[in-house]
Design a protein around this ligand. Structure first.
Ligand code: TGC
Ligand code: FAD
Length: 387
């Protein structure tokens, strides 16, 4: 029996019935709704917002949160499969879901009051309230402990001043989860669009994640009541706890991007006749294709085991760092190599590898750069903090 080129180790057989159904449903959505429009959306530098209602209707927003808040209550492996199948379409679509789910709904659920949960989560699950997450600042995102944005207590209110940079969904968002320094350490605030002094400004001229909105956020004496503060966390562990959730999903996403690139070049090299035979008949090409399949297979096993650890409550941030580093590196190398194998045809968005390669330049940078994750693993091994 022929093996599935995108699943050489039959990893699908390790999934539950429910996990397989979720994967199939999201794969169908990507094939039917995302892939036909995404090349053009990327060319136009446009986030395809028209997909949001269906993404929400499928239960993909905050999918791991409990049903009592209007969410699907799925396990971590299912969330991973959602990310993988969406990023097979485009990293921008997966980014939208990551930010909404892991970086906005998760902190409201994990650190918010019951009132905040009830106020925001059901609408966010329905895609009616869009969120963004403001941690990175213009002077250096790798070191968020050195945060300049601050919130000062003024009676029953907080007054926020500062700026955030490179914020996914910034101009789309109805609410921003904003991390700011206070006299009691870093705290999170829910800032609603339209609050006086709060402005989002879209970042143009991007060559990466073109089908995603990225913005700067500016806070000039933004006054919000204490009821908009996330009451149940203080310190850097608040935003880093959200990043652990999002980074986990990102270990899965690039597997989808790499699978899309492999599929494209396998098909292309079988049809392309050079020197009187298919390009795929050359040993040099087959070695490259085999090596792509090897690297994808290893990444799949890494993410699945990480997901099983997560669902058992045993996942450690260092394990997430290793997988985020490995799987982003795996995917960007495959996308670049796939682009090369396509020759001149590879430089247009008619074929997916250059789009994925360009997107992965962001994915390998955001949620902690490759170097940051290597240093997290190094710190675990040596016990020495090299940051
Ligand atoms: P450090 O001393 O290591 O830790 C401070 C406190 O945080 C705890 N902690 C974590 N908690 C949960 N998850 C993690 N991954 C954690 N890592 C650390 C830690 O236990 C400690 O807690 P406590 O109770 O002792 O206070 O902090 P550090 O200042 O040495 O920082 C370490 C470092 C460099 C790893 C961290 O700053 C870092 O991860 N930097 C990278 C920043 C980053 O990833 N930014 C991402 C911004 S969001 C984004 O990119 C979204 S893109 C989304 C999309 O479009 O898909
Ligand atoms: P810097 O921190 O200035 O790093 C520059 C270089 O220095 C990197 O190569 C880094 O690896 C290296 N470096 C850093 N420290 C060390 C060290 N100790 N030793 C050696 N090398 C080091 N942020 C949000 O808060 N919310 C979002 O929604 C969000 N979305 C994003 C979307 C996109 C498209 C992009 C590109 C970024 C997004 N980010 C977001 C920001 C992202 O998290 C940061 O870009 C990232 O954390 C790196 O920060 P920086 O860009 O300031 O680079």
């Amino acid at each position: 029996m022929a093996l599935n080129p995108n699943d050489l180790y039959d990893i699908r057989s390790l999934l539950s019935e429910e996990e397989r159904m979720i994967q199939d449903a999201v794969a169908r959505f990507t094939d039917e709704k995302v892939i036909p429009i995404i090349g053009e959306a990327f060319d136009q530098g446009r986030f395809p917002k028209e997909l949001v209602p269906e993404i929400a209707a499928m239960g993909l927003l905050g999918s791991s949160l409990p049903e009592e808040y209007g969410c699907a209550g799925l396990n971590g492996v299912s969330y991973g499969l959602i990310c993988q199948e969406l990023e097979r379409g485009d990293s921008g679509i997966r980014s939208f879901v990551s930010v909404q789910s892991s970086l906005c709904m998760y902190p409201i659920y994990a650190y918010g009051s019951e009132e905040q949960r009830r106020k925001y989560l059901p609408g966010m699950a329905r895609g009616e309230i869009i969120g963004c997450f403001g941690l990175t600042e213009p002077h250096g995102g790798s070191d968020p402990a050195n945060m300049k944005t601050h919130a000062k207590k003024d009676g029953g209110d907080w007054v926020i001043n500062g700026a955030k940079m490179w914020i996914t969904n910034g101009n789309l968002a109805d609410i921003a989860i904003v991390w700011a320094m206070t006299d009691e350490g870093i705290q999170g605030f829910i800032v609603e669009k339209g609050t006086p002094g709060f402005v989002a400004q879209e970042i143009k001229h991007k060559m990466s994640l073109r089908a995603s909105v990225t913005s700067g956020l500016f806070f000039d004496n933004v006054r919000i009541p204490d009821s908009q503060r996330l009451p149940n966390v203080k310190g850097l562990k608040g935003p880093l706890g959200c990043l652990t959730q999002a980074r986990y999903g990102i270990t899965w996403g690039p597997i989808g991007a790499a699978q899309a690139c492999l599929t494209e070049v396998v098909n292309y090299t079988k049809d392309r006749i050079l020197f009187g035979r298919p390009l795929a008949a050359n040993q040099a090409i087959q070695v490259k294709l085999a090596d792509m399949a090897r690297r994808i297979t290893l990444a799949q096993l890494l993410s699945l085991q990480l997901g099983r650890l997560k669902d058992a409550g045993n996942m450690q941030p260092t394990q997430v760092s290793l997988a985020k580093w490995n799987n982003c590196r795996m995917a960007i190398d495959i996308a670049r190599e796939a682009r090369d194998i396509l020759g001149g045809a590879g430089i247009t968005t008619e074929y997916c590898p250059i789009r994925h390669a360009l997107n992965l330049e962001s994915v390998i940078t955001y949620e902690g750069t490759e170097t940051v994750h290597q240093l997290v693993v190094g710190r675990e091994l040596t016990g020495i903090n090299a940051f």
